[in-house]
Ligand binder design. Structure first.
Ligand SMILES: [Zn+2]
Ligand SMILES: [Zn+2]
Length: 310
């Protein structure tokens, strides 16, 4: 989430999934300032998400291609997209329809157990410490996101992934939601688990209540005290969260996952896997075609539907 919570970084990765490789392609699609784009591309190369390819010493033909770890963001994007489609498209219809090349059907991928291929939900999963438990302590940035960053997420094209990241894409919101899935409900508990400043915590809780992720319930009066419970919409963030966790386990934990998940339905440990609802195969970027449900002319984009690059 540290990578995706920067709006520009997220948008650059997304446009790569839509087929952009060259500096000018990213720039014209996103209307991003040159210096900002240069900075984000450099960062993504140093993070190992993109590789920079120079075609010859003499020409200036340079391309930015997703690496394997970059391509591996695809399931996370799919999980965020399904969440955004379901909860945040506000009767406008979904921006993008997916057609899965493996089965030829319109696909609604979902997060499944790698063992039994059934859908995983928070209530049907238990967890225990893995070999990497307690090893890494990711410090969220002290800088909270400026509200202008929120709008950046909507650049370029209508996107359910952008809408989902607007809700959970700042680091503190993300961490608060994560703690809720570990069972934290009360202000004091959240504060002590996260070491978060009280004013920031109450800001994020208020925002997450407004956005429908939590409901606020009084559990004690005089003095009044409240707890924060995940709504059905909030519970649906479980899929995106465990998909991001799988990415982090694979690419950022040196083979030492901090947490091991067990699927209660089948009794097996599992890796969260995003699969096609029609054929149950894992979704991969190169095997998915898309149909835009918006007018691409308005976004300077590509007109025909085609396979996303792998
Ligand atoms: Zn299972
Ligand atoms: Zn399929």
């Amino acid at each position: 989430m540290v990578i995706l919570s920067d709006a520009w970084t997220f948008l650059v990765i997304r446009e790569a999934f839509f087929g952009a490789h060259r500096f000018e392609e990213f720039r014209s699609m996103l209307q991003i300032p040159r210096a900002t784009l240069t900075d984000r591309l450099q960062r993504l190369v140093s993070e190992g998400i993109f590789k920079r390819i120079e075609y010859s010493q003499t020409s200036s033909w340079v391309e930015y291609r997703l690496t394997r770890s970059g391509i591996d963001f695809y399931p996370t994007f799919m999980a965020l997209m399904q969440f955004g489609d379901k909860w945040l498209s506000e009767n406008h219809g979904v921006p993008l329809q997916l057609v899965h090349a493996d089965c030829g059907k319109v696909s609604k991928p979902f997060v499944a157990c790698s063992h039994c291929l059934n859908k995983v939900t928070a209530r049907h999963v238990t967890y225990r410490d893995g070999p990497g438990a307690g090893l890494v302590n990711v410090e969220p940035s002290k800088r909270s996101r400026r509200s202008s960053d929120d709008e950046q997420f909507n650049r370029g094209r209508p996107s359910s992934v952008s809408r989902a990241l607007q809700v959970i894409g700042d680091r503190w919101s993300f961490l608060v939601i994560r703690e809720a899935f570990f069972g934290a409900r009360r202000f004091d508990k959240l504060q002590s688990e996260l070491g978060i400043a009280p004013n920031i915590l109450s800001d994020r809780l208020t925002r997450l209540v407004e956005r429908g992720i939590f409901m606020k319930r009084m559990y004690q009066s005089g003095p009044d005290r409240f707890e924060y419970l995940l709504t059905p919409m909030g519970f649906d963030l479980y899929g995106p969260l465990v998909t991001m966790m799988a990415w982090g386990d694979k690419w950022r934990s040196n083979g030492k996952a901090p947490l091991i998940l067990t699927h209660i339905d089948c009794g097996h440990d599992f890796t969260p896997t995003v699969i096609c609802n029609e054929c149950k195969n894992p979704v991969q970027a190169h095997a998915m075609q898309y149909r835009m449900r918006y007018n691409p002319d308005r976004y300077g984009g590509k007109k025909s539907s085609r396979a996303l690059p792998g």
